[in-house]
Ligand binder design. Structure first.
Ligand SMILES: [Zn+2]
Length: 255
């Protein structure tokens, strides 16, 4: 009996894999483009030769990877806008391997210092306008830790988008989701003065990008991430260990 259940699960997994390959094929052939709606579940079931529950399993897997988005009552779509990977897989890895804060900041510096340099070289006027908007939002939210955190992350994603490299933008997107998970527990502990200083260092990065000064953009991003890491080390030392388990067990490395 147990063996039969396992066998049928394997068949379903194989079927879901066929759904993933089928949709990937449509994307690779440009039959599906950003913003397009996928064929209905029953149509996919007939075309792929699997059951509708299997189609749903495949679509869930694609959604977890960030390749499709399900919109309530309207169907499944290829996401519009900049490419983004699902954050599920990295969050899962973080929970499994206890990514540390230091590892995350090291990864961010490797990615984002380079991204800031590229942004200084490649940013269009739209990118510059979008970065200016993010800096204004940062200064406007120095008395609200959670809003400040959201604008902080948004600024870094916009720098990555301004790099003009969609691979970097997608990876920064994923790593910054991890940063949000780590930071939101302790963000309240920074003072208004610390947030004002942080807002200023974002403005320095922005000004270097606007001036197309790649070297200063890299240096200011590096300094910002080093001091952000030092602030966060202070916050997490102050915060008692139980905070770590109170909310989400999957919150990685928030110690
Ligand atoms: Zn920042």
């Amino acid at each position: 009996m147990a063996r039969r259940v396992i066998a049928s699960e394997r068949v379903a997994e194989r079927g879901a894999g066929q759904v993933v390959s089928f949709v990937r094929g449509l994307i690779e052939d440009k039959a599906l483009r950003p913003g397009d709606r996928l064929p209905a579940e029953r149509v996919l079931a007939v075309r792929i030769g699997v059951s509708r529950p299997t189609v749903r399993m495949g679509l869930h897997a694609l959604a977890a990877m960030g390749c499709v988005q399900s919109r309530h009552g309207s169907g499944t779509y290829i996401p519009d806008g900049p490419p983004a990977l699902g954050t599920e897989s990295l969050s899962l890895l973080a929970a499994l391997h206890d990514f540390s804060r230091q590892q995350m900041y090291d990864a961010r510096r490797i990615l984002e210092v380079g991204a800031a340099g590229l942004a200084a070289e490649c940013a269009t006027s739209d990118h510059i306008a979008s970065l200016a908007e993010a800096v204004v939002s940062l200064f406007a939210s120095t008395d609200d830790p959670q809003r400040f955190l959201v604008h902080d992350i948004s600024f870094h994603r916009r720098v990555a988008a301004a790099s003009g490299n969609p691979i970097i933008a997608a990876v920064v997107e994923m790593v910054s989701a991890l940063y949000y998970e780590q930071r939101r527990e302790t963000a309240e502990q920074a003072s208004n003065r610390e947030r004002r200083e942080a807002a200023q260092s974002h403005r320095d990065i922005f000004q270097a990008i606007r001036a197309h000064d790649a070297e200063t953009a890299r240096r200011t991003m590096n300094e910002h991430l080093l001091s952000a890491s030092a602030y966060q080390a202070k916050e997490t030392t102050k915060s008692a260990a139980p905070r770590r388990v109170r909310r989400r067990r999957s919150t990685p490395g928030a110690v």
